[in-house]
Ligand binder design. Structure first.
Ligand code: NAD
Ligand code: LMR
Length: 332
């Protein structure tokens, strides 16, 4: 084995984590690196993680390193390379007598989690740590966490890979193309019903979606709303929010960050805007990203947006701005 990596996973006793954690040590996600896991839960359920650790041991993953579990996030954070911040409440449940309908309704419940976690990551995580926020509302939670961490060397991301995978699946069926031949499926903006899945710049067997799909009526009235509302559709059908597909998307994001992106390609995640594509600086916004040879992750800046795309993207940017306003009491 070449080296090791330490990964912190919060919400480790939850639905997503149960699919996610075994994949972190399966020898694929981090190649031949030894993977140390620090699993975090709230005090009420942390003891349940003993059972998960037993299962991991019984699975005998050759790449599994040290596995610990705790309700002390700061302690888990020490020298961690990766943070997968899943721990938070999903929508679709009844909370304080009210059904949580939209991801943004979770802001007041989940947002606070990311202040303390952000501070601990900034202080104890590795200086080049990567943080993927999965817990909703993911973009603004990452915004809160990044602000609290106050460490610009660390990379904060919010997950939009699930939306990208969903969009690829729909386009694969529409164009009768193998899903592996669909690349650059960009999700612009917020992981919310305002996100803009870009069917014009997607590459379908190396050709732009704008020429292969060539069906604006389908794009606007079927494709975009279906991607935007897929999370709700899964909740309605399953009675719980998407879990195994979310775990797969988190793994896809880690893998996209761990190896250089092929020339001309990109992947989807939300990171802090540097002003690219006229997004106000600092907002955690869904962008096309590339991983460079040295492991740096950058926004791909040569994508051309149509007027239609710009108008859709703006709706999502405006929503991110209003979420930022709603959490200003959590900024220090
Ligand atoms: P779940 O309820 O099954 O599990 C969440 C776990 O988080 C619970 O075990 C809970 O005890 C734990 N938790 C809560 N607060 C915590 C804290 N402060 N520290 C550590 N652990 C904590 O939920 P789930 O289905 O695993 O979903 C988790 C989150 O992921 C939800 O917010 C959901 O909306 C979100 N999600 C995001 C995406 C995405 O694409 N970004 C996709 C699916 C789900
Ligand atoms: C999803 O997209 O499946 C998740 O964000 C869960 C949700 O609340 O929709």
């Amino acid at each position: 084995m070449s080296s090791s990596v330490k990964v912190v996973v919060t919400g480790a006793a939850g639905q997503i984590a149960y699919s996610l954690i075994p994949r972190l040590v399966d020898g694929r996600t981090f190649g031949d690196k030894k993977v140390d896991l620090a699993l975090v839960e709230i005090p009420q359920v942390v003891d349940k993680l003993e059972g998960l650790v037993m299962e991991l041991e019984d699975s005998y993953f050759p790449n599994m390193g040290q596995v610990t579990y705790t309700d002390n996030f700061a302690e888990a954070s020490k020298d961690a390379d990766w943070f997968l911040l899943v721990g938070s409440i999903p929508r679709g449940i009844v909370y304080n007598g009210k059904k949580i309908e939209e991801r943004s309704d979770l802001l007041s419940i989940n947002g606070g989690i990311f202040v303390d976690q952000g501070k601990a990551i900034g202080s104890y995580g590795k200086d080049d740590a990567k943080i993927l926020v999965v817990g909703n509302p993911a973009n603004t939670n990452a915004f809160i966490g990044k602000n609290a961490a106050n460490n610009d060397n660390q990379l904060w991301m919010a997950m939009t890979m699930l939306d990208s995978n969903r969009a690829k699946s729909i386009i694969s069926k529409k164009t009768n193309t193998n899903i592996d031949d669909i690349n650059n499926m960009i999700i612009w903006g917020n992981h919310s019903p305002t996100m803009y899945p870009d069917a014009e710049n997607v590459l379908i067997s190396n050709e732009l979606g704008s020429s292969v799909i060539n069906d604006m009526e389908w794009t606007e009235s079927s494709f975009i709303p279906k991607v935007q509302q897929r999370g709700k559709a899964v909740i309605d059908a399953r009675g719980a929010s998407s879990a195994t597909s979310a775990a797969k998307a988190a793994i896809d994001t880690v893998m996209a960050c761990e190896s250089p992106t092929l020339s001309g390609n990109c992947f989807s995640a939300a990171i802090a805007s540097d002003g690219s594509y006229d997004v106000p600086e600092g907002l955690i916004c869904g962008y096309p990203l590339i991983t460079l040879e040295d492991g740096t992750i950058e926004i791909k800046r040569d994508i051309s947006l149509s007027d239609f795309a710009k108008s859709k993207f703006k709706i999502s940017i405006d929503e991110l701005l209003s979420e930022k306003e709603a959490v200003k009491h959590l900024m220090q």
